[in-house]
Design a protein around this ligand. Sequence first.
Ligand code: NAP
Length: 264
Amino acid sequence: MTKPAQPLKNRHAAVTGGGRGIGAAIAESLASQGANLTLLGRKAEALETVAAHLRATYDVQVCIKAADIGDEPQVKTAFAQCMDQQGPVDILVNNAGIALSAPFMKSDAAFWKKILDVDLMGAVFAAQAVLPGMQKANWGRIVNIASTAGLTGMAYIAAYCAAKHAMVGFTRSLAIELAKTGVTVNAVCPGYTDTDIVTQSLDTITAKTGRSRDEALAQLLAHNPQGRLVQPSEVGGTVAWLCSDAANSVTGQSIVLAGGELMP
Ligand code: NAP
């Protein structure tokens, strides 16, 4: 049997929020192409479960780092340690995120800060930690997992929407700043994707409206022409493509994975 191609062999990819959901699917997609990985998140046990699966399945090196992505000193330490262990990071996927919802007038400064720290500043801290190595190598990939909420407004998630819009702006600006360096910077903007975040949204809708689970799901999917949740593996595949040589000239883009829901 011919071995599958491993175009990312010897690349070191760091995925934040790699312990479950979209981050775990991205890690799997990159590992299947031969990349060694660092998985970062708050829960070491979840990270180790994914790491053990990837090591056993794809014969790649995987190290885990438990850190709060919104805490700059923790992020600096985690990246310094993972680069000591596995060399400079070639691919950074800023995926860790929280999607808290609240009516605008009930979202105080602490609520806004919590979301902006994790969903925006975490990506900034991580990019600053890995960019010197990418620039030295004249090659790098930064992929920011934003959201359709980074490109359009939605009720009850003003802080999340603001953070994701900021991530898209950060992506565009950094892409231009780095355009001559061999480092590309892109965003992927999924619509509702089949992970814990959507499970929590369904719980909130059923609790607040008394609707059934199916009705709540239909409400979330009402604007998606394909009428289905995005699969985490589809986000993983898109990230892997952005990391390939075929995407050398793709930078500053926000790629929407949402069944035709948005056509920016
Ligand atoms: P998820 O299943 O809830 O996973 C979130 C991940 O982020 C977890 O691995 C979590 O790890 C990590 N994380 C959260 N807070 C963190 C912190 N302070 N420090 C470090 N890691 C942290 O959600 P998901 O659906 O996979 O979401 C992944 C990304 O996709 C997020 O940025 C989200 O906004 C975006 N997205 C999701 C959807 C969707 O419908 N699911 C749609 C569009 C965009 P720990 O709990 O171990 O820290």
